[in-house]
Design a protein around this ligand. Structure first.
Ligand SMILES: Nc1ncnc2c1ncn2[C@@H]1O[C@H](COP(=O)(O)OP(=O)(O)OP(=O)(O)O)[C@@H](O)[C@H]1O
Ligand SMILES: [Mg+2]
Length: 280
């Protein structure tokens, strides 16, 4: 079983779009896949066509009410694809769990008791580095960081990497960044190329060869409650996520090669600005 969290505390970086579409491509390739929606916004749940208010149980019950992991799983209409849904009540889970002993590992312990087995588990995280994201980090062995190719993209990445390192050192030695993904890429924009180059300089072989291009179909699909493969099978978005799924599926094999040296220091917004000024 491979367990992967999609994390970036920066909002709108493409986490949910990646979880839903890459998850569904992996499921279509014949692998039993579970998506865990760990974001109170419940975007993964909605993207897959579920109405959070009508669901009886959600991941909140696993974290706060000790509900069994298996009792919250639902099968989606896509073969091999399962969902642990979220509801807005998840927003109060972090406060409600304050006095829970071992509150950082509640999800992991619940998963250990599951009688289901999955080939892939993908976790969609909220745009913060709070207790929910910590629960994801202690549960998984791999982290994928999606980075939107835009001006503020690199801000906050240092903090994210530090957080992952702390979890690796203190709680879950197997957690590591297994991939960095450029999202919403538009090759006509210089800023996109600059950000992609900086990301490549820092993360080296960890960067996926596949870049997710900006594609309006990817932005439209969630409002219909459909994955990109159901909504626009021949779009660039579908093509890119299919390619990314192939890279991830081969990841076990290529991971050693892809994981290069540890990034020392990340550039931030200022260095992007300097480059631009120099150009003038
Ligand atoms: N490649 C793309 N091209 C065009 N639009 C995209 C693309 N990827 C994502 N989007 C759109 O950008 C917005 C943000 O994407 P998404 O919801 O996946 O980000 P997120 O990181 O999950 O956000 P949040 O931090 O709020 O959870 C959404 O409206 C989504 O439909
Ligand atoms: Mg999201």
């Amino acid at each position: 079983m491979r367990t992967i969290a999609i994390i970036n505390q920066k909002g709108g970086s493409g986490k949910t779009t990646t979880v839903v579409n890459v998850g569904s491509a992996i499921a279509e390739a014949g692998h039993k896949t579970l998506l865990i929606d760990l974001d109170p916004q419940a975007h993964t749940t909605i993207h897959l066509g579920f109405e959070p208010f009508s669901l009886e149980k959600s991941v909140y019950d696993v974290l706060v009410n000790e509900t069994l992991f298996d009792d919250v799983l639902i099968q989606t209409r896509i073969k091999n694809l399962f969902l642990m849904p979220a509801k807005i009540e998840l927003a109060s889970a972090e406060i409600e769990m304050v006095n829970t002993i071992g509150r950082e590992i509640v999800l992991r312990e619940a998963l250990k008791k599951s009688k289901n087995s999955f080939d892939y588990i993908l976790i969609d995280c909220p745009p913060s580095l709070g207790l929910l994201t910590l629960n994801a980090l202690t549960t998984v062995s791999e982290v994928i960081i999606p980075i939107q190719a835009e001006f503020f993209a690199l801000e906050g990445l240092t903090k994210l990497i530090q957080t992952i390192q702390i979890v690796t050192e203190r709680i879950n030695p197997s957690t590591h960044i297994s991939g960095v993904l450029i999202t919403m890429f538009d090759k006509r924009k210089n800023i996109c190329k600059e950000v992609a180059q900086k990301v490549k300089n820092h993360f080296d072989k960890k960067v996926f060869k596949t870049k997710i291009r900006e594609n309006v179909k990817l932005a439209e699909a969630p409002s219909f409650g459909l994955t990109i493969f159901e909504f626009a099978r021949n779009s660039h978005g579908a093509e890119d996520y299919r390619k990314l799924a192939r890279e991830i599926l081969n990841g076990g094999k290529y991971e050693k090669e892809r994981i290069g040296k540890r990034p020392s220091k990340l550039d931030n917004i200022n260095s992007t600005r300097k480059t631009k000024e120099k150009k003038k």
